[in-house]
Design a protein around this ligand. Structure first.
Ligand code: GAL
Length: 413
C-alpha cells in the first residue's frame, strides 16, 4: 500500500455517505463517473433509468473532465470517509490499493449468484476485478483504444478516397493539408496522446513487439528496432496533429464529425459522439480497428466498485445495482449507446453498427489483448502519460523519447 493511502486510512472513520439514503420507497445511491460528453451522458442514462425503474433512485455524481481528473477525486472521497455508493473506474489495477485497504465491498456472493464466471467474456475481465480469489467489481463493458476514426466529408472536400489503413492515411495527409484540413485531431492531454502512441505502436511495431513491451515489460524490445520505427511514426503523427489545439477528446472527435479534421485516433467510446450527432458509419465516417493493419484490440473498459458502507440496507442495494449493471437487457442498452462491447457473450447485439460489429468479430476470434490499466500500475501509467504529453507538445526527438520510454518500461511495475 502506498504511504499516502496508509496515512489516510489510519485517520479515517468510515461513515455512511450523506448522499446515500435508504427509505421505504427505495434506496438512493450516489454513483460517480466521468461520463460527461454527449455520447457518454446518453449511455449512463441507460444505467440510471434501469436503476430508477426498480423503485430505487440513481443520484448522478458525474465529474466533469477526463478520467485523469475524476479518479483522484473519487479515490480521495473514499479514503477521506465520504464515499459514494458506487463508482466507475477502469477495470484493472486502479482500485488495487483501495481493495487492499478493505475499503471496497466484496461482491463475490453476487458474482456467484449471477454465474459471472460463466458469462463474463473474456474471463480476464473478471480476473481484473479479483484479488485473492474475491471479486470486488462488476465489469460493464469492453473498450478498446486502437481505432482511427475518419471523416468522409474531409476526404470528399479534398477529392480523396477515405483511407483503409494507417499507411494510406499518412500518404493522404499532404493533400488533406493542401485542402485546408487538419490531418489528425488530437486533444492536448497525456492520456489521449498515449492512446495514439499505443495504437500507432501496435500497428507499426507489430503485435509481438507490442506484447513484449506492454505485457512482459521487456525494455530491450522497447529499445529495439521495431520500437524505433514506431517512435518515428509517432513523431510523424505529431507533425500531422501540430495545429490541433483542442483539449478534450470529444472536441477532437467533433472535428472529425464536422470535417474539420481528417481523422482521430481514439478509443471506441468515440462512437457515442458519432451516434449523438446522427452520423452514419460507412457514410459519414469510417473506423479502422488496429489502424487497419493489425486487427487486434485491447480489453480496457469500465467497472463499478462499491465502497464499504455500514448500513445493511445500503449494502443490499449496492449488490442489487451490481447485479443490474451486468444483466442482459442493461448490457445491451448501455453498450449500444456507449459504443463499447458487452462483457457477456450470451446477448443479442444484432442492433450494433458496423464499427461495433467489427469489434465483436475481433473479440469472437480471440484477437484481444490486456489493457494498460490491467498490465501497468497507475504510477507507471501516469509516468508514460507524462512522457507522451511532453513529447507531443515539444520537439523532443523520437530517439530521446524512445530512450526515456524504455527506461520507464525497465522500471515498470
Ligand atoms: C475511459 C473510459 C471510457 C470513456 C473514456 C473517455 O477511461 O473507459 O468509458 O469514458 O475514458 O471519457
Amino acid at each position: 500500500m502506498s504511504k499516502i493511502i496508509k496515512t489516510l486510512v489510519a485517520g479515517t472513520a468510515l461513515t455512511a455517505a450523506s448522499a446515500t439514503i435508504a427509505s421505504a420507497e427505495g434506496v438512493e445511491l450516489e454513483v460517480t463517473h466521468w461520463w460527461t460528453s454527449g455520447g457518454e451522458a446518453a449511455a449512463v442514462s441507460k444505467f440510471a433509468d434501469a436503476w430508477n425503474a426498480t423503485g430505487n433512485t440513481w443520484v448522478d455524481g458525474a465529474i466533469a473532465g477526463s478520467g485523469g481528473t475524476a479518479r483522484p477525486i473519487i479515490i480521495s472521497r473514499i479514503l477521506g470517509g465520504d464515499p459514494m455508493a458506487a463508482t466507475q473506474l477502469n477495470h484493472g489495477r486502479q482500485a488495487q490499493e483501495l481493495i487492499e485497504a478493505g475499503l471496497l465491498l466484496d461482491l463475490t456472493d453476487v458474482a456467484e449468484a449471477g454465474g459471472w464466471s460463466d458469462i463474463v467474456n473474456p474471463s480476464s475481465l473478471l480476473g481484473a476485478c479479483t484479488l485473492d480469489g474475491r471479486i470486488y467489481c462488476v465489469p460493464v463493458n469492453i473498450h478498446s483504444a486502437q481505432w482511427i476514426w475518419l471523416s468522409h466529408d474531409a476526404y470528399k472536400n479534398a477529392g480523396l478516397d477515405v483511407p483503409t489503413n494507417w499507411h494510406e492515411f499518412v500518404a493522404s495527409s499532404g493533400d488533406l493539408k493542401a485542402a485546408g484540413t487538419l490531418p489528425l485531431a488530437m486533444g492536448q492531454q497525456g492520456w489521449q496522446q498515449n492512446i495514439a502512441f499505443g495504437a500507432v505502436t501496435l500497428a507499426v511495431a507489430g503485435l509481438d513487439a507490442w506484447t513484449e513491451v506492454n505485457v512482459n515489460k521487456n525494455a530491450d524490445v522497447a529499445r529495439g528496432p521495431e520500437y524505433t520505427a514506431a517512435f518515428e511514426a509517432v513523431a510523424a503523427s505529431r507533425a500531422l496533429a501540430a495545429e490541433s489545439n483542442v483539449q478534450d477528446w470529444n472536441q477532437a472527435t467533433n472535428m472529425v464529425i464536422t470535417g474539420k479534421a481528417g481523422a482521430q485516433i481514439m478509443g471506441d467510446w468515440a462512437q457515442g459522439e458519432f451516434a449523438v450527432a446522427k452520423a452514419v458509419e460507412g457514410q459519414d465516417y469510417s473506423c479502422l480497428p488496429g489502424l487497419g493493419l493489425n486487427a487486434v484490440l485491447d480489453t480496457g473498459g469500465d467497472a463499478f466498485y462499491f465502497p464499504v458502507n455500514d448500513d445493511p440496507e445500503i449494502t443490499a442495494a449496492q449488490k442489487e445495482l451490481a447485479a443490474l449493471l451486468i444483466s442482459p437487457e442493461v448490457q445491451v442498452s448501455f453498450n449500444l449507446a456507449k459504443g463499447s462491447l458487452p462483457v457477456r457473450g450470451d446477448i443479442d447485439m444484432s442492433a450494433a453498427n458496423g464499427c461495433m460489429q467489427k469489434g465483436l468479430g475481433i473479440l469472437a476470434e480471440g484477437g484481444v489483448l490486456p489493457s494498460g490499466d490491467i498490465s501497468f500500475s497507475q504510477d507507471t501509467t501516469l509516468q508514460i502519460e507524462d512522457l507522451m504529453a511532453q513529447f507531443w507538445s515539444s520537439d523532443m526527438s523520437a530517439t530521446d523519447a524512445q530512450a526515456a520510454y524504455a527506461k520507464l518500461i525497465e522500471d515498470a511495475d
